[in-house]
Design a protein around this ligand. Sequence first.
Ligand SMILES: Cc1cc2nc3c(=O)[nH]c(=O)nc-3n(C[C@H](O)[C@H](O)[C@H](O)COP(=O)(O)O)c2cc1C
Length: 197
Amino acid sequence: MADTLSADALDIIFREARSYNGWLDKPVSDEQIHAIYELLKMAPTSANMQPARIVWVKSDEAKQQLADCAMEGNRDKILTAPVTAIIGYDIDFHEELPWLFPHTDAKSWFEGDEEGRKEGAFRNSSLQGAYLMIAARALGLDCGPMSGFDNAAVDKAFFGDDPKHRSNFICAIGHGDPKSIFDRSPRPDFDTFNRIA
Ligand SMILES: Cc1cc2nc3c(=O)[nH]c(=O)nc-3n(C[C@H](O)[C@H](O)[C@H](O)COP(=O)(O)O)c2cc1C
């Protein structure tokens, strides 16, 4: 059984973590990028499908390419962040299931069902994007998730316009500039959107 995290750890991952709009001039190393992935890959996906295909945009050229696909208000965030992860997904994730879920023939569940695969890939890559943010925060980094960009343009630029690979959302990662955040928006009490049935 898992132990409970300390209050400090919960603050880092949830209570004090914010979505940053600006970044301090402090790099993120390739080792840190790998460390984020080594954690996020351990979190659950349906049938261990692992549909996320992540491009870690780090070079000046790739940043400019990504910024050119983004809404005006998101461009500087991408250009100034040490790295921005494009969380994409593979609609043909089922081709990998023979080794990712070896104890049964899970590939056959998805063959001939492209709509079902799209739904599964989108749902599970969204989860993997959330795991990425939690992992980055747990490793002392900050995040700035964004969906304000032209998905088709990003797919073309970073997934070679392969119709089986699509972008979900992007997430800037670095050391957030505290001056770049707004006041915390309200969070609903339990009773507002929950019930225990
Ligand atoms: C999937 C997703 C997409 C988002 N897209 C944008 C975006 O395009 N531009 C932006 O400035 N913020 C974007 N945000 C940031 C949200 O507005 C922010 O996470 C939310 O207001 C909570 O802020 P807080 O984490 O600082 O409390 C996005 C967040 C998520 C999770």
